[in-house]
Design a protein around this ligand. Structure first.
Ligand code: IPM
Ligand code: MG
Length: 365
């Protein structure tokens, strides 16, 4: 397997966590006869500084010429006063649009070792395993017109979806549900929004092709509370762009830390992989960032772009082993708990890597 990977480390903790993801990929490459070839490209605040734009053409072209794009994080407080279209985040939205992936998979797994890290009681989170499928190219993020008319003293964004946009992401979500626990929860605001009413009708149409999957609809406000009260009841959760952004962050409460969450965006020209967390400028460069979200994102690269399911599972198991052994980055460390040890970003990466290498070696012999 030969894979060309565009590396967009980005801002803040992006470079630190991306390095650990690359190390995990390289361990897999070394053991199999795989070659992973990386091209580093700029995006976000670092690109504004170097190129005057959050997404240089060279980055778009480099990504389109690769088999997968691995992104760290974008965002830097020094650009906070810029309009949305000039901020680091605009680079991320533009690369998403350029690559064309519309189905953003955000798994949220409650690890037993981190049960006490969630403010929710362990018996609420234990065994929770949710796959959010967030529509990534429509809705308020991309709808036109959009503007802040300062003279008029008003601002507007447009929530728009086409039936085709809903159908294609719904098909992917149902497909995934059929391979998991056969449950799909579609989240909308159909008591208020026309886009949501259309969303619901299209999801129901697609459901007819997946008779084994049980479909339920939830309004986004009540879903926010159900997720905290009974997270184990959910399997695949399908929703539009902004609702998915909000609910997937909320699911960080179930897992104990946002730093644990990976994501993969499928369906376009080139798949885009990024941890769910942001650039965390307050801890950047201090070795405090949790690389697990990025490392689990590397596992998703193996699963969805390299067809290396076994190796993806080996990485995921290695993460479980390291957590079970008591190692924690600061975001998942809780006081002085016996048997727990707080480690740096690179140390956490090494610990996972050791177990990945051992498992690959055991599997090979
Ligand atoms: C995410 C982030 C992005 C989003 C931002 C950085 C534009 O919050 O990936 O969830 O809103 O999609
Ligand atoms: Mg978000």
């Amino acid at each position: 397997m030969h894979l060309k990977i565009a590396l967009l480390a980005g801002d803040g903790i992006g470079p630190e966590v991306t390095q650990e993801a690359v190390n995990a990929l390289n361990a897999v490459a070394e053991f199999g006869s795989h070659t992973f070839e990386y091209t580093a490209l700029r995006i976000g605040g670092v690109a504004i500084d170097a190129d005057g734009t959050p997404l240089p053409d060279a980055t778009i072209q480099g990504c389109l010429a690769s088999d997968a794009v691995l992104l760290g994080a974008v965002g830097d407080n020094k650009f906070n006063t810029l309009p949305p279209s000039e901020r680091p985040e605009a680079g991320l939205l533009k690369i998403r649009a350029a690559l064309g992936g519309f189905a953003n998979l955000r798994p949220a797994t409650a690890y037993k070792a981190l049960a006490d890290n969630s403010p929710l009681r362990p018996e609420i989170t234990e065994g929770a395993d949710i796959l959010f499928v967030r529509e990534l190219l429509g809705g308020l993020y991309f709808g036109a017109p959009r503007a802040w008319d300062k003279q008029a003293g008003s601002a507007h964004n447009t929530m728009v979806y086409t039936e085709a946009e809903v159908e294609r992401v719904a098909r992917i979500a149902f497909d995934l549900a059929a391979k998991r626990r056969n449950r799909l929860t579609s989240v909308d605001k159909a008591n208020v929004l026309e886009t949501s009413q259309m969303w619901r009708s299209i999801v129901e149409k697609v459901a007819k092709d997946f008779p084994a999957v049980t479909l339920e609809h939830q309004l986004v406000d009540s879903m926010a509370i159900h997720l905290m009260n009974r997270p184990r009841d959910f399997d695949v959760v399908l929703t539009e762009n902004l609702f998915g952004d909000i609910l997937s962050d909320e699911s960080g409460v179930i897992t104990g830390s946002l730093g644990m969450l990976p994501s993969a965006t499928l369906g376009g020209k080139v798949n885009l992989y990024e941890p769910v967390h942001g650039s965390a400028p307050d801890i950047a460069g201090q070795g405090k960032a949790n690389p697990i979200g990025a490392i689990l994102t590397a596992a998703m690269v193996l699963r969805h772009s390299a067809g290396l399911e076994r190796e993806a599972k080996i990485i995921e198991n290695a993460v479980v082993q390291v957590l079970d052994a008591g190692y924690r980055t600061t975001d998942i460390a809780r006081g002085n708990i016996a048997g727990q040890q707080t480690v740096s970003t690179t140390k956490m990466g090494e610990l996972v890597l050791d177990r990945v290498t051992a498992d690959l070696g055991a599997a090979a012999s």
